[in-house]
Each structure stands twice: as structure tokens, then as C-alpha cells.
Design a protein around this ligand. Structure first.
Ligand code: GLU
Length: 415
């Protein structure tokens, strides 16, 4: 939503946590600021022979737990503010999942939809050239995020190898399978979210096989969340949407048919046999599980009072404002916060790094089993903290994550 700063949201959330934990003001101040920001200008030869200069950045937020980790976005209006929030949330996410990693984020201001494959490749390589001194398997490990995919990771990895004349597969994750990627990475964020929903359903007494699900956003995460809701739970996905609008069918949508239709027409809107609904209406549907899987700040103090879902599972980063959080907590909605719910992506990224380090690949069953274990343990650590401090799940997730980061800082002698 226009006007809401994601980094302000992240900062407010951290401040609430600092109060709960009675953090020393100096330590709180250290956690409020990114450790390092690298800003770069990227000249790229366009297909028409002209040169355009793009701006990019890499933000390394906190490395107390280990090398920093986080995605790279290609987006025309993803501001530095949103990337700072992304880097902060990655710090809490990795700590919450107990990964030996810190947090980072970054990206390039560009519109990938208007660029050719060759232009995107040159841009990806230019980005790596300009941040190469600051990344590496033991420094900072990028990965896909909004509008970046395994192909982009492959170009970036190749550029890194070319410069160093060494194969260091662990420099980047989310790679294609043929060049060191991990099985199970593509649907990892959604699958990890499903494991937390499964645990939440037990707590809330929701019968998943009879549940109705609405998914806002039908990108990678939203598509897999829809598919897995049906295949893992036997649930009905009654509504989905994308930036152009939404569709609904109370009898249940076929996620595969929706994906094919969107691939053909560019949007889910208009799929035969469905009724149109707006993105706003979708959020307020009477469902058991609502999954925002698109953009930030869509659930605010304005619409939060009207939400009817029993479980709110945040696959998107930052879909709910702090004001809305408080309202949802009062309403008794079981609200699984973003950096717990969508942590499956970075968890399998970490598995990818581990497999790269010993040059041996796991099978899908192994990845799923270990992901399930990590997500389930983290969900319950958060649930326990929420009971112990009598706070909502987001605050509890912060309490668990920040405690771990502060402990690492203390043991290192930084505070
Ligand atoms: N961009 C994903 C996230 O926000 C994945 C990050 C990663 O795999 O490093 O969690």
C-alpha cells in the first residue's frame, strides 16, 4: 500500500520485541541498522545499442549467526526501504529457523518484463561484477526473490566462477538442478508454509480436509500454495488472485487449470467457470485459511476488522501492518507471521549450500523430511514463546529470533 514504509514496519516490530525482552538500548540500536549497504551503478548495453545505467544494492544486515543470506529482486519500484526491511526480516528468519546464517537482501531497480533475455543476462552479470568483493559462500549468499529465478541465479553463478576461475557452487542458491541446485527448492516456501498451517490447524481444530482456502497472489508461492493445499490437505481453494483481480469458485478451483490459464492469458481473471472478485474482497472471504502470497501492507487497520479467516498464513513478506496485527490478535485469528511461514525457501537454500559443500545430492524425500522437521520445530518454538509471554505469534517469533541473534553477538564479544 502506498505510503507505508516496510522498513518502518520492521523497525516498529523490532521495537515491540526490544520492549518485551527489555533489550539494552545500545543493543537495540545495533539491531535497528544494517551492518553494511553496497550501492552500485550498473551500465548495461541494451539491444538497440544504447547504454542504460541501472541502480542496484546489496544490504548485509547482521552476520552474528553466520554469513549473510537473502534474495535479489528485480523490480522497477522496489525501493531501498523495502530492501532494508527484506534484509532485516532475513536476519530474523534465519535465526528463527536456527540456520547458521545472518540476513541480507538486495536487488536492482529495473523492469524485467520490458527487457530481453540478453539484457537481463548482461544486467545479472554486471551486478555480480560490482558486488563480487562482498559475496561468497562464506560471506554473503544471494538467492532468488521477486522476479528473479533459477536462470538469473545461473548467470550470476557463472559470472562469479569466471572471475575466480573456481567452481564454488555455494556462492548462490536457488540454482537450476543441472548446476548444483537442490530438489525441492522450487516449492519450498509454499511447502514450508503448509507444514506450519498443518500444525496451526491442530491447535485451532480446523479439519484441513474440509477447509476452504483463499490465496492472494498467484505467482510462484501462491501457485504452489494452492496446489499443495489440494494435494497435501485435500482442501478446497475457493479463490485466488493476481495484480489484475481475482476469481472465485465455492466448489473449488483446479490450481493446475488456473496456472495454465494464467500462462496463456497473463492473468487468472476470466477463467471459465469462475466468478470475478477483487483483491480486497478476497481478503475478506469467509474461509478457514487465508494466504497472502503477493505484496506488502495489504492487511491494514482498515480491512483487518473485516477479515473472517480462522488461520492467516503470511507467505508474502510484510503483508500486514502492525496496527492490523493488533486487531487480528484481538479477533482471535491464528496468525502465522511471514518470517516463520515463508521460511521454507531459505531453509532449502541452506540445504542446497550443505549439499554443495559436500558435493552430494539428497533426494526429494530427504529434503521434504528435513524441511518439515525444521518448520515444525520453529512453529512450536514460536507457539511456546507466545504462551510464555502472552503475545501474538509475530511478537513471539521476534522474541525467539532476536534472542538468538543477541546471544550470538554476545558470545562473539560484540556487545
Ligand atoms: N527470497 C527468499 C526469502 O525471502 C529466499 C532467500 C534465500 O533463499 O536466501 O526467504
Amino acid at each position: 500500500m502506498a505510503g507505508v514504509s516496510s522498513f518502518d514496519v520492521a523497525d516498529k516490530q523490532l521495537a515491540e520485541c526490544a520492549e518485551i525482552l527489555r533489550l539494552d538500548p545500545g543493543v537495540h540500536a545495533m539491531l535497528r541498522h544494517p551492518m553494511r549497504e553496497i550501492h552500485v551503478s550498473l551500465p548495461v548495453r541494451m539491444d538497440d545499442g544504447t547504454t542504460r545505467v541501472f541502480t542496484g544494492c546489496r544490504i548485509q544486515y547482521n552476520d552474528a549467526k553466520g554469513p549473510t543470506k537473502g534474495g535479489i529482486r528485480f523490480h522497477p519500484d522496489k525501493t531501498i526501504d523495502a530492501m532494508r526491511a527484506q534484509a532485516a526480516w532475513m536476519t530474523w528468519k534465519c535465526a528463527l529457523l536456527d540456520l547458521p546464517l545472518g540476513g541480507a537482501g538486495g536487488g536492482i531497480m529495473c523492469n524485467p518484463k520490458e527487457m530481453s533475455r540478453g539484457e537481463l543476462e548482461r544486467l545479472s552479470r554486471a551486478y555480480i561484477d560490482s558486488i563480487i568483493d562482498f559475496i561468497g559462500p562464506e560471506k554473503d549468499i544471494p538467492a532468488p526473490d521477486i522476479y528473479t529465478d533459477p536462470q538469473v541465479m545461473a548467470w550470476m553463478m557463472d559470472e562469479y566462477f569466471k572471475i575466480f576461475r573456481q567452481s564454488q557452487f555455494g556462492v548462490i542458491t536457488g540454482k537450476p538442478l543441472a548446476i548444483g541446485g537442490s530438489v525441492g527448492r522450487a516449492d519450498a516456501a509454499a511447502r514450508g508454509g503448509m507444514y506450519t498451517i498443518r500444525e496451526a490447524a491442530k491447535i485451532c481444530g480446523v479439519d484441513l480436509a474440509r477447509s476452504r482456502v483463499a490465496v492472494q497472489g498467484f505467482g510462484n508461492a501462491g501457485y504452489f500454495a494452492s496446489l499443495l493445499s489440494v494435494s497435501l490437505f485435500g482442501a478446497k481453494v475457493v479463490a485466488v488472485s493476481d495484480s489484475r483481480g481475482g476469481i472465485m469458485n465455492p466448489a473449488g478451483l483446479d490450481p493446475e487449470a488456473v496456472r495454465k490459464y494464467k500462462a496463456m492469458t497473463g492473468s487468472v481473471v476470466g477463467l471459465p467457470g469462475t466468478e470475478p472478485i477483487s483483491n480486497e474482497q478476497l481478503l475478506e472471504l469467509d474461509v478457514d485459511i487465508l494466504i497472502p502470497a503477493a505484496i506488502e501492507n495489504v492487511i491494514t487497520d482498515v480491512n483487518a476488522p473485516r477479515l473472517k479467516t480462522r488461520i492467516l498464513a503470511e507467505l508474502a513478506n510484510g503483508p500486514t501492518t502492525p496496527e492490523a496485527d493488533a486487531i487480528l490478535h484481538k479477533k482471535g485469528i491464528h496468525h502465522i507471521p511471514d518470517f516463520l511461514c515463508n521460511a521454507g525457501g531459505v531453509t532449502v537454500s541452506y540445504f542446497e549450500m550443505v549439499q554443495n559443500a559436500y558435493m552430494y545430492h539428497w533426494d526429494k524425500e530427504m529434503v521434504h523430511e528435513r524441511l518439515d522437521k525444521k518448520m515444525t520445530a520453529s512453529y512450536h518454538a514460536v507457539l511456546d514463546a507466545s504462551k510464555r509471554f502472552n503475545i501474538n505469534l509475530r511478537k513471539a517469533a521476534y522474541v525467539v529470533a532476536v534472542t538468538r541473534v543477541v546471544e550470538a553477538m554476545r558470545i562473539r564479544g560484540r556487545i
